[in-house]
Write a protein that binds this ligand. Structure first.
Ligand code: NDP
Length: 264
């Protein structure tokens, strides 16, 4: 008898009924992943620092029948994150999925960058990942049912770049942190921790790179075997996969979703 369970195969990608906490939900990718979790039947708890944007998202999603709520928090501040988790648990009783989608960059040459500016990027992109995953891990361990964490880093986590001493360093740190978190949390507590490492995708900050006539865009295409830059929706499948039972044997992985950028 071939050993694969029909029920498992037919429901392995489901996140229905799960509670997903999404950070950076006000951003280009965060709002798309938050809505996608909702469309997939999860209860969605969103966070960011911008109350007005979060409220608008809550209104939009609720109008579409998505069960969602939000709390304002700075992901690098321990007190904020503890209150955020309390609010999510007060609303939905538990947290099963964490999607870390916040992030920041301010490109600067190292010779011009202040240590304070560098530290700000490190806090926004690396320390905050530690704080959020740490406190969500405590919550998941207390629940005793395992969980899934998906951290959005960048294809820049393994490549240097001019003016990116803060961004590349913090993203590289976050990717290695994911591997360490998996070592701490997977075997004993059933918590899978993985990152997805996107190439450039469309956002307010990157829109200018998408002009097909520009040298920047043409240069990118020379390095993108897939033949285009990304849209936030391109990462929905990966996020749902890493949040569902389909990825139960995957942990500590830094998952390339760069359209082939790294193979050229
Ligand atoms: P956006 O800039 O659209 O949104 C990111 C969100 O992060 C913002 O809405 C903001 O929410 C929050 N944020 C901004 N600054 C800080 C800060 N200092 N501390 C904490 N939170 C902050 O980002 P994207 O959706 O484009 O990117 C999502 C993730 O993907 C980020 O980690 C980014 O680095 C990464 N990435 C992006 C790529 C791209 O091409 N866009 C390519 C590869 C990786 P609020 O103000 O509400 O707190």
């Amino acid at each position: 008898m071939v050993n694969v369970k029909k029920d498992f195969v037919q429901s392995m990608f489901s996140v229905e009924g799960k509670v997903a906490l999404v950070t950076g939900a006000t951003g280009a990718l965060g709002c798309v992943l938050a809505k996608a979790y909702g469309y997939a039947g999860a209860k969605v708890f969103m966070t960011g620092r911008n109350d007005g944007k979060l409220k608008a998202l809550e209104d939009e999603f609720k109008a579409e029948g998505i069960d969602c709520a939000y709390a304002v928090a700075d992901p690098a501040k321990e007190e904020d994150v503890q209150k955020l988790i309390d609010a999510a648990v007060a609303k939905y009783g538990e947290i099963n999925i964490l999607a870390v989608c916040h992030g920041f960059n301010k490109p600067q040459n190292v010779l011009e960058q202040s240590v304070a500016d560098w530290q700000y990027i490190m806090d926004a992109d690396c320390k905050s990942v530690y704080v959020v995953t740490k406190y969500v891990a405590h919550q998941m361990v207390e629940q005793g049912k395992g969980g899934k964490m998906v951290v959005v880093t960048s294809q820049r986590s393994t490549r240097g770049m001019a003016n990116y001493t803060g961004y590349c360093t913090s993203k590289g740190g976050a990717d290695l942190m994911v591997s360490c978190l998996a070592c701490d949390l997977s075997a004993k507590y059933g918590i899978n921790v993985n990152s997805i490492c996107p190439t450039v995708f469309r956002s307010e900050l990157t829109e200018w790179m998408f002009d097909p006539e520009s040298a920047v865009y043409k240069n990118f295409l020379n390095r993108e075997p897939i033949g285009r830059l990304a849209e936030p929706e391109d990462f929905v499948g990966y996020a749902l996969f890493l949040s569902s039972s389909a990825s139960d044997f995957i942990t500590g992985a830094n998952c390339d979703c760069s359209g082939g950028y790294l193979v050229v």
